[in-house]
Design a protein around this ligand. Structure first.
Ligand code: PAF
Length: 290
């Protein structure tokens, strides 16, 4: 497995691969790799013959120094996991490489970034879109894989890719879950044991809404009530948002579900380090039989 540490070196490698007719798959990550990331690697492998994993904790997408500081960093274990999983190259850029002194150019999608995570974390998607643009320009991939757990991130990055004309296939990969349904996340390790047990209410709330929709309940108010009932089974969890949004545009769905609708949840739980952990999860509720 190759380790590449600068944009210039990765660009040169990508140029060579492209000259040889190889297909490059990129999996952008912030490290602390888990099975969810490895499923992204598998998805990239199925679509490309040279898989690059980038590991970079991007400071511009964090809202506070404490969250950035608390983000788990496990580079040695990440490299071992990539090697064991047959990754061809790992890109480990430095802050100076991605954000050279005086960097002032940003990529921002103005509307799709506004609700949900965008409302709770101002500037977050500007940081994500900017760093992913830089990673796209560095790795020159044919395909890039992202988790559906971060549904809005995927929507923002698909929109950015289309709007800026990146010739890259942006692929969403289904969420990987623990046996009890909790979506895998690098943040889960920070949960207190009690919070970890209660965090299952998040996926259960999604399940409850999906079952009700499958049984013909399309009224947003009734579904909202079901979601709240499940979330209330946790005493530690603090709801940030539970929102119904058009799965395509992320516009609010306020009355009845009349098209595929995203149910997006964000709930805060206590952490071992004292700063709350925000868990997000989502489900697309289909309004007609698939
Ligand atoms: O999903 C993540 O881990 C990050 O937001 C990403 C896409 C690697 C950009 O830093």
């Amino acid at each position: 497995m190759e380790t590449i540490r600068s944009t210039r070196a990765l660009q040169a490698r990508a140029d060579k691969l492209r000259q040889q007719g190889r297909r490059i798959g990129l999996v952008p990550t912030m490290g602390a790799l888990h099975e969810g990331h490895l499923s992204l690697v598998d998805a990239a492998r199925a679509r490309a013959d040279f898989v690059v994993v980038s590991i970079y904790v991007n400071p511009t997408q964090f809202n506070g120094a404490a969250d950035l500081e608390a983000y788990p960093r496990t580079v040695e274990a990440d490299l071992a996991a990539c090697e064991a999983h047959g990754v061809d190259a790992v890109f480990l850029p430095s802050d100076e490489d991605l954000y050279p002194e005086g960097a002032e150019t940003w990529v921002e999608s103005t509307e799709i970034s506004k609700p949900l995570e965008g409302a709770s974390r101002p500037g977050h998607f500007r940081g994500v879109a900017t760093v992913v643009s830089k990673l796209f320009l560095a790795a020159k991939p044919h395909v890039a894989c992202f988790g559906e757990k971060d549904y809005q991130q995927l929507a923002v990055l698909k929109r950015m890719t289309r709007d800026l004309g990146f010739d890259i296939d942006v692929v969403g990969v289904p969420t990987v879950r623990e046996a009890d349904g909790l979506a895998l996340s690098s943040r889960n390790v920070r949960l207190t044991p009690e919070a970890r047990t209660e965090a299952v209410v998040v996926s259960r709330a999604l399940d409850a809404a999906a079952s009700a929709v499958a049984a013909g309940e399309f009224r947003v108010e009734a579904l909202q009530h079901l979601v709240q009932t499940e979330l209330d089974k946790s005493v530690l969890g603090e709801l940030d948002y539970a929102e119904f949004r058009c799965a395509e545009s992320l516009a609010p769905v306020t009355d009845v579900l009349d098209r595929p609708t995203l149910l997006a949840l964000a709930v805060q739980f206590p952490s071992k380090d004292g700063d709350p952990v925000r868990l997000i999860d989502n489900r697309v509720l289909e309004t007609s039989p698939s």
